[in-house]
Design a protein around this ligand. Structure first.
Ligand SMILES: Nc1ncnc2c1ncn2[C@@H]1O[C@H](COP(=O)(O)OP(=O)(O)OP(=O)(O)O)[C@@H](O)[C@H]1O
Length: 230
């Protein structure tokens, strides 16, 4: 029996990207094809400088698509308006190597920032939703703490809570464990995996950390700007 293929969260086709102009032009991504489906965790590995972060930032709508097609939630990013791009970005959860928390806001305040991007979420729900997600990442007793009073692992967990609180259908994570010790790094990816599976969201995670590869449904490897499936 044939089942219909679910539509992909991310569909990249024939994507090329270069930095610089004229004689300084340097191709960084060549002929990239990649599809990520709902609920799937894809890990992107590859040597330093191979183009992983560039691909992640294109998928996240943080750079303009130059050549090829890149669809997120079925919507083409190439040539789309700034307003539309902002709407798409608001539906993506980002987790970076450095947590980028606002120092002047508590854990709750940082998580609430994400909710404020969603007009459909009533402000009366902010506290309950933020508390629930901070609880889920093990910070139920740190809700009103400021970043300076949190450890590196706790700050990264706040960043995960901030990325996931609005239940995005896509999470992009760039080296989320690189500043953490191995136990804390493990805890952090276990939380990403658990919440991703519970919410059915797609995750694209860039890492050099071989200890966390087991959370992947699929591993793709990048070499000199080209993708190879493993
Ligand atoms: N803004 C930029 N301007 C010019 N060149 C850039 C820019 N960003 C990245 N590059 C170059 O593009 C190439 C790919 O960089 P990218 O950061 O995507 O690689 P990466 O695989 O993520 O590396 P790492 O694992 O070290 O983070 C590198 O040669 C880098 O120097």
């Amino acid at each position: 029996m044939n089942y219909p293929t679910p539509s992909s969260t991310v569909a990249v086709t024939n994507l090329n990207h270069a930095f610089g102009q004229g004689t300084l032009r340097k191709p960084v991504l060549t002929d990239i094809d990649l599809a990520i489906y709902p609920g799937e965790i894809v890990i992107l590995t590859g040597p330093s400088g191979s183009g992983k972060t560039t691909l992640l930032s294109l998928i996240g709508g943080l750079r303009s698509v130059q050549d090829g097609s890149l669809k997120i939630f079925g919507q083409e990013l190439k040539g789309c308006s700034k307003k539309h791009l902002t709407q798409i970005r608001n539906q993506i959860g980002y987790i970076f190597q450095h947590h980028n928390l606002l120092k002047c806001l508590s854990a709750y305040g940082n998580v609430r920032m994400s909710l404020k991007l969603h007009p459909e979420i009533s402000k009366y729900q902010y506290r309950d939703r933020a508390v629930a997600i901070l609880d889920a990442v093990g910070l139920g007793d740190r809700i009103d703490y400021y970043p300076e009073k949190l450890s590196g692992g706790q700050k990264q967990r706040v960043a995960i809570a901030r990325a996931l609180v609005a239940q995005p259908k896509l999470v992009l994570a760039d080296e989320p464990t690189s500043s953490l010790d191995s136990k804390t790094g493990r805890d952090v990816v276990d939380i990403i995996q658990l919440l991703a599976k519970e919410e059915g969201c797609s995750v694209l995670l860039v890492t050099h950390d071989a200890r966390i590869l087991d959370i992947a449904d699929r591993i793709v490897h990048m070499e000199d700007g080209r993708l190879q499936s493993q």
